[in-house]
Design a binder for this molecule. Structure first.
Ligand SMILES: [Zn+2]
Length: 297
């Protein structure tokens, strides 16, 4: 049975779904990660802002980069412009972390290589965590193609907690694919049968932790506005037990992201445990991850 996890960026599945992925591996099920926005587009050099936002540290000019995606400011560690990786090299580094994680959990991985939001003109927290621009469509066709090829039994999309534009666009693609074959103005997309009943949304970590996400009502009104009216989301829990340690180990593979996202390895492990405990409490169970299955209501 194939499970496909749609990851806006390299690291989102380890962060948000690492416990479930480890559980599926233990059960011998097939896991495929599809990472969507992991390309650099046509950018030729990294701006300070892009460098900071992608987790490669602010350049030590004395100016701190804009806050990015709720991340804590990155401490410059003697980096200079000369050390700045090219956009392609930076994203290749992020993808290689993703490959190592996939290998460590026995998953296959596919990169769609669409440019990250910071390469599509979004700059600063207000834009990165704001509304997607009208000229920046959700990657519906690219994901429909992948899912058509992989024919998964279950598909996992981000719920978009925290509102990162790339997460919102991935969520929008999931909602669009719920209904099955549909007509886009640009032509019809062959999706096969709709994903209703087989699509689950995951709670984006660490955003869910930062905003104290507990109920769907905390999402902005527009988040689920395009969901068909006869579809509702039902919570499902994955109890973690000893998988919690596996999840922490998995996140550790993304060395470029730990400091910028959490400040330190210890803080990362603490945040993972604390969020899992809270989610477990919400379900009246032990530490867990929570998923929302789209079902007909
Ligand atoms: Zn992400």
């Amino acid at each position: 049975m194939t499970h496909v996890f749609v990851s806006p960026h390299p690291d989102d599945i380890a962060l948000s779904c690492g416990g479930l992925v480890a559980a599926l591996q233990r059960r011998g099920e097939t896991v495929v990660i599809v990472t969507v926005f992991c390309g650099a587009g046509s950018s030729s050099t990294l701006t300070d802002y892009q460098r900071d936002a992608l987790g490669f540290g602010a350049i030590a000019t004395g100016a701190t980069g804009a806050e990015t995606g709720g991340q804590t400011g990155v401490t410059a560690t003697g980096a200079s412009s000369a050390d700045a990786p090219s956009p392609d090299a930076a994203m290749a580094g992020r993808r290689s972390e993703d490959e190592r994680y996939a290998r460590s959990v026995g998953a296959a991985i596919t990169f769609l290589n669409l440019p990250d939001a910071v390469f599509r003109g979004y700059e600063g927290e207000a834009q990165l965590m704001g509304m997607p621009r009208p000229d920046d469509p959700a990657p519906i066709e690219a994901l429909a193609r992948e899912l058509g090829r992989l024919k998964p039994k279950h598909v996992y999309f981000p719920l978009g907690v925290g509102n990162h534009v790339d997460h919102q666009l991935a969520r929008a693609a999931g909602i669009a694919l719920l209904g099955g074959p549909h007509d886009e103005p640009s032509g019809s997309v062959a999706v096969g049968p709709g994903l209703l009943g087989r699509l689950l949304f995951y709670e984006d970590f660490p955003y869910a932790q930062r905003v104290g996400f507990e109920r769907l009502e905390q999402l902005p009104g527009h988040a689920l506005a395009t969901m068909p009216h006869d579809v509702s989301l039902a919570p499902e829990y994955c109890e973690l037990g000893d998988l919690l340690d596996r999840k922490v180990e998995g996140i550790r593979v993304y060395a470029s992201q730990i400091d910028s996202q959490f400040g330190s390895d210890g803080a990362m492990a603490e945040a993972v445990r604390s969020r899992a405990s809270r989610v477990g409490q919400l379900g009246g169970i032990d530490p867990a991850e929570r998923y929302w299955r789209a079902i007909s209501s």
